[in-house]
Design a protein around this ligand. Structure first.
Ligand code: PHE
Length: 456
């Protein structure tokens, strides 16, 4: 009989905490956006700015969510409400859960495409001229059945992991999937960097070029840092509610951020050397991973087709793993919410979330061409989900969380969580509070206005 009210589940080890949370952070964003942004916007200079954004803004926001989650020992909505003591600040938590919920279906669609590409690589269907890859992807995205099926499959896989609980599900899966992901990444990086002409790609990614910098680049780096660290979606808060009272929040946030940055840079070292060795200029987003890269891998390893086949297959397996671990964290936000708020079992809560997000995912997927009329004001449902969650909810929740922690919650409470009730020195506490109070909210406000086109 499943336990409904007893002691709260938690991660069993420090490694579990780091790998599970890094699993949330490392996702499609690391592979399909970061490398391109870095290459286009000044190489090493951009990477430096990105790291500064992560250090000064990303990590403090992450710690803030950890504080709310671990203090609340419950799902994101309730965790905020506990700290807010019933005041209107409670709303932030509900917004976090809603965003996590909405983005799950949409993220699952793209994750489903990754699985479809694993399958297509496996059976040798990813083979043809550049036009073939374009038509293949367009055909898949607009297909009424296949992508919906893959969306349901990846959500089903997520369900099978999540239903086993925090330790036996999320933690165990992360301990298996994340190291596999790192190994695959290293294999592909080595293979790509050994290609003739690879240096040009490495140079494109890393060569410092300060002339490209402008406010767009800066705000772009900031937005990417937030997205890449899974900030403001309820994920960090939910996972932190499973941290123990010994978990050093600052150290964990830093380690997770370092892993996330490393994977992003390594993704660049996997993509650009291969692309430049065959003279293809890489782009970003879905077209990078589903159109450009399969073609690049095929051409780059044309001399030994079996290597091309293996690299392409491993690449999509890697991508699916990255997507799956992020999806687990998103799914968990709503699962924890339903389980605790509806007083039901974990299995039932997880199943409900799987079904509801499958429906959202199906509609998002169908809006990409299979069914007419799923567009609103010129944007497909898919694009709407992307826009509302990433560009509206993310900055709003991030902003409110900083204000809440910096200005509303008594610093004594924040300090207790920050120092594990005085057992840690908390050397950076004052810096942290300063950043959360002033720097982070202002920076987020800038990104928000910039994204809405109100700031040129
Ligand atoms: N951080 C993930 C990525 O880089 C995306 C994500 C955002 C996942 C929010 C979960 C929650 O792709």
């Amino acid at each position: 009989m499943e336990n409904l009210s007893n002691e709260r589940a938690n991660f069993g080890s420090r490694l579990g905490v780091i790998l599970a949370t890094a699993g949330s952070a490392v996702g499609l964003g690391n592979v399909w956006r970061f490398p391109y942004m870095a290459g286009e916007n000044g190489g090493a200079v951009f990477i430096l700015i990105y790291v500064v954004c992560v250090l000064l803004l990303g990590i403090p926001c992450m710690i803030s969510e950890f504080i709310v989650g671990r203090h609340g020992q419950s799902n994101t909505a309730r965790a905020f409400s506990k700290l807010a003591g019933g005041s209107p600040w409670t709303v932030i938590g509900y917004m976090g859960v809603l965003t996590g919920f909405l983005i799950t279906g949409y993220y699952a669609v793209v994750s489903g495409w990754c699985l479809q590409y694993v399958w297509a690589s496996l059976i040798g269907h990813l083979h043809g001229d550049p036009d073939y890859f374009k038509t293949y992807f367009a055909g898949l995205a607009a297909d009424p059945v296949k992508p919906v099926l893959w969306t349901v499959i990846i959500l089903g896989m997520t369900y099978l992991i999540i239903e086993n609980g925090v330790r036996d599900g999320i933690e165990r899966a992360s301990k298996l999937l994340m190291p596999t992901l790192f190994v695959l990444l290293l294999i592909i990086v080595v293979a790509a960097c050994m290609l003739p002409g690879a240096e040009k790609g490495i140079e494109f990614l890393l060569k410092p070029d300060g002339s490209k910098l402008n406010s767009d680049v800066f705000l772009g780096a900031l937005g990417q840092a937030f997205y890449s660290l899974s900030i403001a979606m309820g994920c960090l808060c939910t996972y932190a509610s499973y941290f123990s009272k010994y978990t050093d929040l600052t150290k964990s946030a830093t380690q997770i951020a370092v892993i996330d940055c490393m994977v992003a840079v390594l993704a660049g070292l996997m993509i650009f050397p291969a692309a430049f060795s065959v003279g293809v200029k890489p782009d970003s987003g879905p077209s990078l991973i589903f159109i450009t890269l399969p073609n690049v891998f095929q051409q780059a390893f044309a001399a030994v087709p079996i290597v091309g086949y293996v690299v392409s297959l491993l690449f999509f397996v890697l991508l699916s793993l990255a997507a799956l671990t992020s999806l687990m964290s998103l799914h968990e936000v709503s699962t924890a919410f339903f389980q605790e708020e509806l007083h039901t079992t974990r299995k039932r809560a997880a199943l409900t979330v799987t079904i509801l997000t499958s429906v959202i995912g199906a509609f998002c997927s169908l809006s990409l061409g299979a069914v007419e009329g799923l567009s609103v004001v010129g944007k497909t449902l898919f694009d709407w989900f992307d826009f509302i969650t990433g560009q509206i909810f993310l900055p709003v929740i991030g902003f409110l969380t900083c204000i809440f922690i910096g200005w509303v919650v008594p610093h004594k409470v924040v300090h207790e969580e920050f120092t594990n009730w005085g057992t840690l020195r908390g050397r950076f506490f004052h810096l942290y509070i300063f950043l959360v109070k002033y720097v982070c909210p202002l920076a987020i406000l800038f990104i928000f206005l910039h994204q809405l086109g109100m700031l040129e």
